[in-house]
Structure formats: C-alpha cells, structure tokens
Design a protein. Structure first.
Lengths: 124, 492, 148
C-alpha cells in the first residue's frame, strides 16, 4: 500500500486552515498538523517531518519567509506551497528563490488550490 | 577636461594607478589598500568582466549594505536591487567603457547609475528600504590599454531626502503665502462667514454621501453635491479667493464628467470623495492661516461694526468684476441697503441670494452697450439693492433696468396656454417667470458654462429660500425695470 | 491619498467576494469619516507601514461572516471563533492583495479583530479616513481606509 503524503498546514487564520484541509481531503494525504504561527509551525515541522507544507507569509511570531528558510535548511526536499494574500511579485519570487515549489495568492477558489496542489504533488 | 579627469590623468602619469591595479606584491598595492581604508566614499575597481577587485574602500560595504564583495560580479550585485532595464543599460555602458575607440568624456553622460535608487531587502527578503546612490566610473589605463575601471559611489539619500523635504516645505510655504496674500485683503468677518458657508455646504455634501442608500438616487446625489459646490465656488469668487474658487471649479468639472455617464455606481463617487477631502484640507489650512493673522487684524482694526460696508463692498466688487468681464457698464446703487438690519443668521444667506441675483441681472437682464443705445437707454445700466423690514419679514430688493422682453414673451405664452385652474395658472406663472428670468438662452449666445450655471442658480435660490421659509416676488414693467423681492421670515 | 489608492482597496475588496463566492459585492457611495463611529459587529484591522503608513479595516456583521463561512467551508453553524477569524482574514487579504499595486514596501501587519460595536476604531489623527460601504448579498459592511 502506498504511504500517504504527510502534510503540515500553516496559516494564522483558522478558517483558511480549515478551508485548506477541507479542499485537500480528496488527495492521498495525511494532515500531520496545523499551525497558526511561525514558531509552532517549525516545532511541528521538526516533530512530524512532513513531505508537504502549505505556508502563509503574514503571521505572528515568525514570518512565513523566515519559516520557509528554516524549513528548507532542515529538509531541502520538502515541498512548500506558499499561500498568501501578499500579491506582489517580489514576495512570490523570494519564496520561489528560497525553495518553495508552488505559490498561490488568497483569496483562492477550491479549484485553484486543488489544481496547484495536485501539480506540486506530481512533480518529483 | 573636468576636474575628475585631471586627477585621474595625473595619477596615471605618475604611475600610481598602474601600481594600484596590477601590483601583486609591491608596495603601491598595499598603499592603495591603506588609502582606500580611510576614504569615506565607496571606492572600488572593476575588471573587464565587471568583477570587484581585491581592493575597495571600507565605506563601500556599508554604503551598499553588502558583505564580501571581493570577486562579486557588479551586475549580479545590481540584480533585485535596481530595475532590470537599468542593469541592461549598465552592462552596455560598462562594455563601452572598456572600448578604447571611444573617448571617456563622450560616454560619460551615458552612465545609467549616475543617480539611481537602490532597493534593500530586510531580513525576510522584502524590499523595505531604498537608497539613492551615485556611481561614477573612470578608466584605469596601463600601457595605453584599459585594464580596469575605478568607481566611486556616494550615498545621496540624505541629500535627496532633505532636498525633497525642502522642496515640499517651499511649495507648501509658497502655497500658503499665496493664500495669505489672497485672504489678507478680505475682511475677517467676511472670511469667517465664508468659512461657515463652506462648512455648511460641505456638511450637506457629507450628509448626502452618507445617507444615500438607493442606487437610483445617485444622479440626484450628484446634482445635490454640484449645487453645494456651486455655492462654494460662488462665495469664493465673491471674496476673490481665486485659489479656492479654482479648487471648487476643478471639483465641479469632475462632477460634470460623472454626470455625463449613462450609469453610475458607488465607484464613480471615489473622485468626488477625494476632492472633498482635499477641499476640506485646504479649508482647514486657510482657517489655520486665518487664525494666525486674525489677531493681527483685530489689533489694528477700529472697534466698530463693518458689516454693512463689508457686505456691500464684496457685492460691489462682484458687480464691477462681472461688468468688466461682460463689457456691460453698470452703476451699483446701494445707498438704501443696510446690512446692519440683517440678522446674523441670515448674513450668509443674504450674500448668497444677492450674489445669484446680481450675477443673473448682469448675465441675462442687462443689455450690452450697443443694445441699450439702440433701445434709447442710458449707456450705463443700474443695479440697485435695498433692504427693508417690517415686523414679520426682512425684505431684500434687487432692481435693475435691463431688458425684460423675455418676460413679455412668457406672458404671451401664458395667455395662450391652457390651464385647468386659476391656482395652477398662478403656480405655473410664479415658477415659470422666475425660471424664465434665469433662462440664459436669450442673451448669452453659446457660453455653455453660463447656460448650465444659470439653470443651477434658480435651483439654488429656490432651495435656499425653502430652507428658511422665504419667498421670492418678481415685479417688472416692460420698459422700465425688473425687480426681485425676497422675503425672509424674521421669526422662524 | 488619491483616487487610485482608494480604487486599489475597493477593487481588492470586490475581487475578494467575487473570487470566494462567485457573487459580486456592490460599492456604495464613499464618504469621509467624521467623528461618528463606523463599526459593526466584527472588525478586522490591519496596520500599514513601510512606504505608506496608516490603517485599513473592514467592519461587518456576524450574519455576513456566517454566510461567507458557509461559502468557504460549507458549514451553516460557524463558531464564534471562526466568524471572528474570518473578519481578520478578510482584512488581511484585502490589504495583502493591494501589494500587487504598491509592491513589497507596502508592509501590512497581522490582523487585529475587534468584536462588538460599542466603540469606534481608533485611527491615526490628522489623516482623513475614507469609508466605503460594501454590500454583498443583502449584507452591509464598511471598508475604512486611512492612509497618509
């Protein structure tokens, strides 16, 4: 049996975490944790070693870009999908430069999220 | 040859720059390092691949906010810090700096980094700050060959910031000075009334904006705002506050533009609310200036009532100014006008009403010099204003000796018209006479702005009178005069 | 603050509703905020720093947020916590999206959510605040933009 992809959801908004979880439930994944701030995200990341992380940028405690940098340092193979309201190109480029594999902006439709997530999973 | 060229050539001629760049183990290179350590400017060398050389000034890393520059490619350094097109231009510029067939002086002006904004990332990689930097490049020549470029970089941020601030202050001061000069000639009481009037109208605009919920009423809202702005503009013109009337005109133009659209929604009101904000800021600033100078005014002002004189003077100014503008000579008679008999609460209203009546008399009632001559009338027309009171009313009269053929035509029309009742006839007559008197199309030709304004005048007059429970009576004799009498209740 | 600035925020808000719910929100007539409070049941407030300074908030009713939560999560009984969170997320998304126009030097804070309509939101003094009424479905809300 194929093992499930471990996913960590990081966003300071409860409803966004719930929306991501709901919209991804059709994928062969296991949600190993959800975090509402950067510090908690890193703790859960170390603890669960997820394969995929959905990551917000504007968060209390620790910004998503800093979190991304640390996650990539710990596990360069992790697939990070940045989901943020920050629509400027510089932020997107920065996230990709730091190793994020996907970048979508809020607000997102279920289709937009699922398509981007599916595409990221398919990539090696 | 400029000063910089002289320096470089002299150093080149005594061999110091050659040593700086090429010496691998000799003292000149060490000396250069020592010198660079003490230079407060950013200074560095670029090789023909545009890489940083081993020697650069201590200040450089601080200015650029970048560490470990040695061996870094200059163009790579620019990436994400300056716009892409500037990087491209810089590459081209540096390439031609190494071309011996081109004179340095001739390409000097092409330096794309002569003054450029450098963006800096914060700890999270966000562009949060920027510096204005100025790079200069000079050739380092050895044995007739360009072997490197010597560059200096200066941080102009503070200088630019101060210049910008200074310019802002200068512009602001200049603007305030103009306003000051403009309001100095206006009597403080008139100015105070003006402020009250503008605030009243702006409050009206605010209320209309806040309280309209029905989309269908959006055009009505525009009309309403237009009327208020029109009054503000009129009052500003009356006091010769050009900057303010210009602002109001600009605002009116925006409203007209929106009115011309076939359909409007809330978004269309964005320019209006922004203009309103600016107008309000301007008003606040003028009030501040006024407060500062009002003590000065009070100090030198004789302690007696000026109201009558002030109001009459502003109306006289308006008459004279329009008379000149329209080339219609007019004598303004105000000997029976006593502003002291006007209750304080009506002062603004009386000014507004007389402003409208005078303007209309001059625009649409009083003939041109030629027309008067052919009608055997005196060359100079007369506008007379009068106040009277009884127990119940304050009366204002404006009489002029302009033509009234349009009223005759109206009468003719009324005679032939079919009314259902005498009351309807009277109602229609009352409204139509007044409207017709404000109808511009008989005498002003194709001045579109005036056309629009005139129709607005009657609307405003009606609104103002309605607000205070007043009424308007118009009397005339065909060849002699036309008289407007406004009754305002004294006990509201 | 000019017309373009205000349009960025309005467009961002309208886009939010359209993208999330497929239904357009309508802009009412904007006005300058006076001393009267502009506050409904939940308000998400975002502080703005960097090249622009100020504050933006979106204030709305519980009913609107519940309806919105239904659109997002398909739930009919959104918990108070969810509703409150959505108010902040809305303000965050509206402000964050505006960075498309302003760039990354337009810094936004994490949202602060104020619950209840007793008091007004404290805004920077001496800076004009613009109020934009927003109607989505039949729900009323206000976007308030206060930028230097």
């Amino acid at each position: 049996m194929e093992s499930k992809v471990k996913v960590l959801i990081v966003d300071d908004s409860l409803i966004i975490r719930q929306a991501i979880e709901k919209n991804l439930n059709g994928f062969p994944i296991e949600i190993v944790g959800t975090a509402g701030d950067g510090k908690n995200a890193l703790e859960l990341f170390t603890q669960h070693q997820p394969d995929v992380v959905t990551l917000d940028i504007t968060m209390p405690e620790m910004d998503g870009i800093a979190v991304l940098e640390q996650m990539m340092g710990q596990n360069p193979a992790v697939k990070v999908m940045v989901i943020t309201a920050l629509k400027d190109k510089a932020t997107g480029l920065k996230a990709i430069q730091l190793g994020a594999k996907s970048y979508i902006t809020k607000p997102f439709t279920p289709e937009k999220l699922k398509t981007a997530f599916g595409r990221m999973l398919e990539k090696n | 040859m400029n000063h910089r060229d002289e320096n470089i050539n002299s150093t080149e001629s005594n061999g110091e720059l050659r040593g700086v760049h090429t010496d691998g183990n000799g003292s000149p290179a060490n000396m250069t390092k020592v010198i660079l350590r003490y230079i407060e400017e950013g200074a560095f060398f670029l090789d023909s691949q545009f890489n940083f050389g081993e020697s650069f000034s201590a200040a450089l890393e601080e200015i650029l906010c970048v560490k470990e520059l040695k061996g870094t490619n200059f163009l790579s350094l620019l990436e994400n810090r300056v716009p892409e097109d500037i990087i491209t231009n810089t590459r081209e510029f540096l390439e031609i700096m190494f071309r011996p067939d081109l004179e340095e002086e001739e390409i000097y002006e092409l330096n794309p980094l002569a003054e450029t904004e450098f963006f800096y990332e914060d700890e999270w990689g966000m562009w949060t700050s920027s510096k204005t930097l100025s790079f200069r490049f000079k050739r380092v020549v050895e044995g007739g060959k360009i072997v490197a470029l010597f560059s200096t970089v200066r941080d102009l941020s503070e200088e630019r910031r101060l210049n910008q601030k200074l310019k802002q202050i200068e512009d602001h001061t200049q603007k305030q000075m103009e306003w000051l000069v403009n309001i100095l000639h206006v009597e403080p009481d008139l100015l105070r009334d003006f402020f009250v009037g503008v605030e009243h109208e702006m409050e009206n605009v605010d209320n209309v904006l806040k309280n309209t919920r029905e989309t269908k009423k959006y055009f009505e809202v525009l009309e309403n705002i237009y009327r208020s702005l029109y009054i503000i503009k009129g009052n500003a013109s009356l006091l010769d506050l050009k900057f303010f009337s210009d602002k109001a005109s600009h605002f009116l133009e925006k409203i007209v533009k929106i009115k011309d659209e076939s359909e409007i929604d809330g978004n269309d009101f964005v320019p209006i609310v922004i203009e309103l904000g600016e107008l309000r800021s301007t008003l606040e600033e003028i009030k501040t200036i006024f407060q500062r100078i009002s003590q000065f005014h009070n100090h030198f002002r004789a302690k007696r009532s000026y109201e009558s004189e002030l109001l009459v003077n502003s109306l006289k100014n308006l008459t004279q100014s329009l008379s000149r503008q329209l080339k219609k000579p007019v004598s303004f008679d105000y000997k029976d006008f006593d502003a002291l008999s006007i209750p304080y609460t009506y002062r603004q209203m009386v000014r507004d009403v007389l402003f409208l009546l005078i303007r209309n008399a001059l625009l649409y009632g009083i003939e041109t010099r030629e027309e008067r001559r052919s009608a055997n009338k005196s060359n100079i027309a007369t506008i007379k204003i009068i106040t009277f009171t009884d127990e119940r009313f304050l009366g204002l009269v404006l009489r002029h000796d302009g033509r009234i053929e349009r009223i005759e035509r109206l009468l003719q029309k009324m005679i032939t018209a079919d009314y259902e009742s005498e009351e309807e006839r009277r109602n229609w007559e009352g409204i139509s006479v007044s409207q017709l008197l404000f109808m511009p199309n008989m005498s002003v030709g194709d001045e579109q702005e005036i056309l629009a304004n005139s129709a607005m005048d009657i609307e405003i007059l009606k609104r103002k009178l309605k607000e205070k429970g007043g009424r308007l009576k118009i009397t005339f004799t065909s060849e002699e005069f036309c008289e407007f009498i406004v009754f305002l209740p004294l006990r509201a | 603050m000019n017309e373009t600035d205000l349009h960025f925020f309005i467009d961002s808000t309208i886009n939010y509703f359209e993208e999330v719910t497929g239904e357009k929100a309508l802009t009412g007539i904007p006005y300058i905020k006076g001393k009267e409070p502009v506050i409904l049941e939940y308000s998400g407030i975002i502080g703005i720093s960097g090249k622009r300074k100020g504050c933006v908030y979106f204030t709305t009713t519980q009913a609107m947020l519940e309806s919105l939560a239904h659109e997002i999560l398909g739930i009919t009984d959104a918990a108070t916590e969810t509703v409150k969170d959505l108010a902040g997320e809305l303000a965050n998304t509206i402000s964050g999206n505006v960075r498309e126009a302003y760039g990354s030097s337009f810094m936004i804070s994490v949202p602060v959510v104020v619950e209840g309509k007793a008091k007004d939101i404290r805004l920077p003094e001496n800076v004009q605040s613009f109020v934009i009424p927003i109607t989505w479905k039949d729900f009323k809300s206000f976007l308030v933009v206060c930028l230097e």
